[in-house]
Design a binder for this molecule. Structure first.
Ligand code: PFF
Length: 460
C-alpha cells in the first residue's frame, strides 16, 4: 500500500478536517438546503434529511475516505487498484468515471450560482440593499438572472479562481484557502441567526424547521424523500469521489471515524444555522418559503437593508459564502485533475486549465438556460435545473450505493478493519451493518421509487 499520494499530503489532521468540511460546506448548505426544505414544507423534510445524513451519509463518508486512503490515487485509479487487489472486476473504475461526470455537471451550475454570490457581495457593499422591500429584492434578483452577459462575467471569474487554486496543488493551494475562511463564515452565520432572533420571526422559523408536519408531504412524499436524500449526498460531497480523493491525501494514522463525525457534524450544523438565519426573515416579511433557488437572494438583502452596518455585513456574508463555494468547487475539479496528472502525465497547471475550460463551457449552457434558452426543456427542466436534479438526486446516490457495495461486500473484511482502525468492536460492527445493508437498500428503494414515479408520470 502506498503511504503517500504523488499529489501531496495534508500537512496535519486539522488540514484534512478543514479541507473536507470546506468541500462539504458550501452553496449546498446555505443556498440549496433552505430553499429545498422550503419546497417540501420544512420540518418533515428536515427530519428525513437528518435521518439520511446519519444512516446513509455517515457510513458512506467513512467508506469513501477509507477507499481513498487505501488507493492513494485519483478515484478512477484508486478503484482500479483496489478492485485488482481484492480480485474484483476492473469495471469498478467506472465508478470513478461516473464521479468525474457528476463533478463536471455539478461544477458547471455551481459556478453560475457562485457568480450570483459575487454579484451580491458587490451590491451589498455598494449600498443597493438599503431600505429594499420584497418586490425590489425580487426585481433585483430577476434582473441579474435574466442578464446572460453579467452571469457569464461572474461565472468566468469564479472558474478562474477555482483553476488558480487547483493548479497550485494540495498543500499550497487547497489548504491555505480553507484555514481562515471556514471559521469566519461560521461566525458570520451565527451573527445572522442573532439578527433573526432579534428582528425576525425566530419562533416561526424554529417551528417550521423542527416541528414536522407530515401533511405537507401529502402526494409528494416520494419526491420529498428523494430530495432529502439527494440533498444529503450533495451537501456532504458524497458519491462522486471528492471526499475519496481528499481521503487519499490523509495520513495513515488519522482516525477516519472521528474525522467523518466532525465533518458531517459541521456540515449539518451549518445547514441548520442557515435555515435559522433565513426563515425568520422569510416569515417576518411574509415571503413564501417555497420560492425556489432565489430564496436567499431575495430574503437576506431585506435583512441587510434594514440592519445597522448592513452594507458591511451583507458584503462580508456574500464574500464568505463565495469562499465556501470556492472551497467546495476545488474538490469538484480535483479528481479529474489528479487523473490527468496520473494517466496522461499532464502538469498540474495544464490539467487544471483544461478541466476548467471544459466546465466553463458547460456552465455557459447552464447560465443561458436561465434566460435566452429558457424555452428549452428536457424532462420539463432547463439545463441548470436538470443538471442539479440529475446529479444530486440520481448520480450521487448511485455512486454512493456502488461505494457502499464495494466497501461493504467486495473489499475484504480484513482490509476495512485494517484501514478504519476501529478494531472489530461495536463501532466497526455498526458501520458494517449500515454500509452493507441499511445504506444500499435505503438508497435503492428511494431511487427505484423515483424511477417508478417517473414512469407513471411519463405514461400518465
Ligand atoms: N458539498 C458542496 C455543497 O454543499 O455546496 C457541493 C459539492 C461539493 C457536492 C463536492 C459534491 C461534491 F463532490
Amino acid at each position: 500500500m502506498a503511504t503517500n499520494s504523488i499529489h501531496g499530503m495534508w500537512s496535519t489532521r486539522l488540514a484534512f478536517i478543514l479541507a473536507a468540511s470546506g468541500s462539504a460546506v458550501g452553496l449546498g448548505n446555505i443556498w440549496r438546503f433552505p430553499y429545498t426544505a422550503g419546497e417540501y414544507g420544512g420540518g418533515a423534510f428536515v427530519l428525513v434529511y437528518l435521518l439520511c445524513v446519519g444512516m446513509i451519509g455517515l457510513p458512506i463518508m467513512m467508506a469513501e475516505i477509507m477507499l481513498g486512503r487505501r488507493g492513494r490515487q485519483s478515484p478512477i485509479n484508486t478503484m482500479r487498484t483496489l478492485a485488482r487487489e481484492e480480485g474484483r472486476s476492473s469495471a469498478w473504475q467506472l465508478l470513478g468515471w461516473m464521479g468525474i461526470i457528476s463533478g463536471f455537471l455539478i461544477l458547471s451550475f455551481y459556478s453560475v450560482i457562485a457568480g450570483w454570490t459575487m454579484a451580491y457581495a458587490f451590491r451589498a457593499a455598494g449600498g443597493w440593499f438599503r431600505g429594499i422591500d420584497v418586490t425590489a429584492a425580487g426585481d433585483m434578483f430577476n434582473g441579474l438572472v435574466g442578464d446572460p452577459e453579467r452571469l457569464l462575467a461572474w461565472h468566468t471569474i469564479f472558474m478562474v479562481m477555482v483553476v488558480l487554486v487547483v493548479a497550485r496543488g494540495v498543500a499550497a493551494g487547497l489548504e491555505k484557502a480553507v484555514r481562515f475562511l471556514m471559521p469566519a463564515l461560521f461566525l458570520l452565520l451565527l451573527a445572522m441567526v442573532g439578527y433573526g432572533i432579534q428582528a425576525g420571526d425566530f419562533g416561526g422559523a424554529v417551528t417550521y424547521l423542527f416541528a414536522p408536519d407530515f401533511a405537507e408531504l401529502q402526494g409528494k412524499a416520494g419526491e420529498a424523500i428523494l430530495s432529502a436524500m439527494g440533498q444529503a449526498f450533495f451537501s456532504l460531497s458524497l458519491g462522486m469521489g471528492a471526499i475519496m480523493i481528499y481521503g487519499s491525501y490523509l495520513k495513515g494514522d488519522a482516525s477516519i471515524a472521528h474525522n467523518t463525525l466532525i465533518v458531517a457534524g459541521l456540515d449539518t450544523l451549518v445547514a441548520i444555522l442557515a435555515g435559522l438565519a433565513i426563515f425568520p426573515i422569510v416569515f417576518a416579511n411574509g415571503l413564501a418559503p417555497d420560492s425556489g433557488p432565489g430564496l436567499i437572494f431575495q430574503t437576506l438583502p431585506i435583512a441587510f437593508g434594514e440592519m445597522p452596518g448592513g452594507a458591511l455585513f451583507g458584503a462580508l456574508f456574500f464574500v464568505l459564502l463565495l469562499f465556501a463555494a470556492w472551497t467546495s468547487a476545488i474538490s469538484l475539479l480535483e479528481p479529474l485533475v489528479a487523473w490527468l496528472v496520473e494517466n496522461l502525465s499532464f502538469s498540474r497547471v495544464r490539467a487544471s486549465v483544461l478541466a476548467g475550460i471544459t466546465v466553463w463551457l458547460l456552465g455557459i449552457v447552464c447560465l443561458l438556460s436561465l434566460n435566452a434558452w429558457s424555452e428549452i426543456k428536457i424532462f420539463g427542466k432547463g439545463f441548470l435545473d436538470l443538471f442539479d436534479y440529475l446529479t444530486a438526486n440520481i448520480l450521487l446516490p448511485l455512486g454512493g450505493v456502488l461505494i457502499a457495495v464495494f466497501a461493504g461486500w467486495l473489499l475484504s473484511r480484513s482490509s476495512s478493519v485494517d484501514e478504519l482502525q476501529l478494531g472489530e468492536g461495536l463501532a466497526y460492527r455498526i458501520w458494517r451493518l449500515l454500509i452493507r445493508y441499511v445504506a444500499p437498500i435505503a438508497v435503492a428503494i428511494v431511487l427505484l421509487n423515483a424511477i417508478g414515479a417517473l414512469k407513471l408520470t411519463g405514461l400518465g
